[in-house]
Structures are given as C-alpha cells and as structure tokens.
Design a protein around this ligand. Structure first.
Ligand code: GTP
Ligand code: MG
Length: 371
C-alpha cells in the first residue's frame, strides 16, 4: 500500500487503532488515528505483528491529474470551441479589446442579461463559438502553467502600435511559446496618429514572429479596439487557427476542467468559475475541486443565466462546494457523492499535512537563521 491511515491499517490488521498508535509510539513514531502512514511505518508495524506487506500497484485516485490523462476513444470526440487568452503589455489595450469583442458579439437583448461578471465569456460567430478568458493576467497564467493546468488553446498578444514591443510583450511571447500555444498578434491603436504598425512587425521578427507577407507564419491583425475596427477580422483569424488546431473533446463523459476564479459570497457560499475542458458538467454532479468537494447546486453561464449543463470549453459559475478553491485548481466529477467526498476529504487532509510540514520547516529555518 502506498499509504494508509492508522485507522485503515488497524482495520486491515484486525486490531484496535489505539493499539496501533501505542505500537507506533514504541517504535518511535508519533501518530494520530487519521494520520497517513508511509510505507516504512506500515512495514514496521506489520513486521512487528509478523504480517507480510503485499505491495499493491494502484493508481492514486486522489491525484486529479490522473483523470486528465484518460484518453477518449477517437469516435467519441467532437469539435469544441477554442479557449483564447489575451495578453500584452500594460495599457496596450487588452481590456478594451475584450470589451470590443463582447460588444460586437453580444446582442443588446443578451447584454441586458449580464447580471454579473464572470471571469470568462463565450462569443458566437455564425454558429462557431470562441471562449475568452477575461482576467488571467500573466501571473495567473504562470501559476496555472506551473501547476500543469494548460487551459488556453490560442494566445492573442496585443501590442500598441504607438508604443511597440515592451517587456510584458516579450513575457507574453515567452509564456505562449513555453506552453506551445499558437500566437496571433493584434496590433492595436492603429487609429492613433503616432501609430506605426510596421515598426511593431519589424520588432517582433526578433522574437520569431514573422508576418505571412514577409514569408513567416504569424498572423498579424491591425485593430483599433477603441473604435471597434478590425475586431471581426481578429475573430475570423482566431477561428481559422482553431480549425487548424483541430480542437476536440468528448461531451459524453464526466466533466473535468480548471478553476478560473473563486470567491466566498455572503449569500451563496463558495462560488467558483470553472472552465469545462472535457465532458459535460451538470447540475447535481458530485465534484472534487482542488482540495474541496461538493455537489453542483446551481450553474450560471457567462450571461448570468441559469443553465443545467455545460459542454467542453464552456465557462460556468457554480455553487455547492464546501470550501473556496483556488484559481488554477483542477476539478473532476465523480460517479457518486461518496467517492467525491472520500477523495475531496483525502485531498484536504493531504493539503493540511503539507502546509503543517511547510510551517514546521519554516520555523526550523527561522530558528537556524537566528542562531
Ligand atoms: P492593463 O489592464 O492596465 O494592463 O491595460 P490594458 O492592456 O487592459 O489596456 P486598456 O484596455 O485598459 O487600455 C489602456 C488605454 O488605452 C485606455 O485609455 C484605452 O482607452 C486606450 N486604448 C485601448 N485601445 C485603444 C485603441 O485602439 N485606440 C486608442 N486610441 N486608444 C486605445
Ligand atoms: Mg486591462
């Protein structure tokens, strides 16, 4: 066994937990009933009882990443919308671009339906959807990537034509390259008299982003986010890149995905914006999210409307979790509430132990520092 709690080990050995705790104490291991024991401790106790430990290779059900590695049969896969992140230097127009996209695509009637802002939204272009992540600044992107949660399919880098390539432009390029995600360059603020789009293109060649006109393969779209110019072309290019990428998912499986943002709401409790990456998420689903769990109580889409289900690449806000997860946490839907509870509680326990270990390490470090 990879790991067992004292209680589980006691059960397997047909002994009282208190007896195991005593035995561990005699062997020099301090333990409480719900504490996980490592292989060495288990072997020590078993040897003392003259029981041989059988090693069992099994997948770690508490590791949420395992569920992301499950492959879907080819015939179950269908096309899904691309997930797009907009990045770029401060003040180059990311927010204005996102607003322009939302305004050109969300009809007036729908706009009235936006009751609350969620960290991601979807637009519909002649029946083809695109999902935009609204707020992942570079920091969020870095954390998500560091935690292995790759959620973006395409990165749009916004560069102001009157300012050119700046440090965060380069950072964004590096992020996208490290994640191996296709880049589209939106050369923004072309309405400005001081705009110099050619200079932007020239500067970007240094980073390997060469326009198609110059023999490269990077798509450049001149836009004025402020005036709404070039936005349709930008959306078209995003769909083109998405088509080439052949993004697919299996809507007929239990949902998996990533937390975009989460917060505690006074009335509704833990509220989390999730991006469904595969499968279909439904109201009532038993779910583990990061180190917490629950049952999807209610789901709201990006227009603030209640929905019953969310298909791949759809962002939704859910309630029904016991605690507030963190941005970048992964989520997995399980077959029943019992399993979700077990895995969620095991994860919470492991996180608690890890943070305790971290804290005691810190105090030790402090101690040594003072010496
Ligand atoms: P941060 O979130 O602070 O990094 O900035 P941002 O990249 O989101 O830029 P934002 O959209 O807030 O735009 C910054 C400023 O540039 C605002 O004053 C916008 O009105 C202005 N701006 C954005 N796009 C355009 C454009 O196409 N033309 C002109 N003239 N101004 C623009
Ligand atoms: Mg902004």
């Amino acid at each position: 066994y990879e790991s067992l709690t004292v209680a589980e080990l006691a059960k397997k050995l047909n002994r009282e937990p208190s007896e195991i705790i005593k035995k561990l104490f005699m062997l020099g291991v301090m333990a409480t009933i719900n504490q996980s024991l490592d292989k060495d401790a288990i072997e020590l106790v078993c040897a003392d009882y003259g029981v041989e430990v059988e090693e069992e290779v099994r997948i770690d059900k508490t590791d949420l990443n395992v569920y992301f590695e499950e492959e879907d049969p080819e015939e179950a896969l269908v096309e899904r919308p691309p997930v797009v992140t907009i990045m770029g230097h401060v003040d180059h127009g990311k927010t204005t671009t996102l607003d322009a996209i939302r305004h050109t695509r969300v009809t007036e009637a729908e706009a009235g339906g936006i009751t609350q802002h969620i960290g991601a939204y979807q637009v519909d272009i002649n029946g083809k959807k695109i999902t935009f992540l609204d707020t992942p600044g570079h920091e969020a992107f870095t954390t998500m990537r560091a935690r292995g949660a790759q959620i973006t399919d395409i990165v749009v880098i916004v560069v102001a034509a009157d300012d050119g390539v700046m440090p965060q432009t380069v950072e964004a390029i590096n992020h996208a390259k490290a994640a191996n995600v296709p880049i589209i360059v939106a050369v923004n603020k072309i309405d400005k008299p001081t705009a110099n789009p050619d200079r932007v293109m020239q500067e970007l060649t240094e980073y390997g982003l060469i326009p198609e006109d110059w023999g490269g393969d990077t798509i450049f779209v001149p836009i004025s986010a402020l005036k709404g110019e070039g936005i349709d072309q930008l959306l078209e290019m995003i769909l083109l890149v998405a088509e080439v990428s052949e993004l697919k998912a299996n809507p007929n499986r239990r949902a998996i995905g990533t937390v975009i943002e989460a917060r505690l709401d006074k009335g509704r409790g833990s509220v989390a914006t999730l991006l469904v990456q595969n499968g279909t998420l439904r109201v009532g689903d038993p779910i583990v999210v990061g180190n917490t769990f629950g049952r999807v109580r209610a789901m709201v889409n990006d227009l603030g409307r209640r929905v019953k289900e969310a298909t791949p690449a759809t962002p939704v806000e859910i309630t029904g979790l016991h605690e507030v997860p963190q941005a970048g946490d992964r989520f997995v839907v399980f077959e029943d509430e019992k399993t979700a509870r077990e895995i969620g509680e095991a994860r919470a326990q492991m996180a608690l132990q890890a943070s305790r270990a971290q804290k005691s390490r810190l105090t030790l470090d402090n101690l040594f520092e003072q010496m």
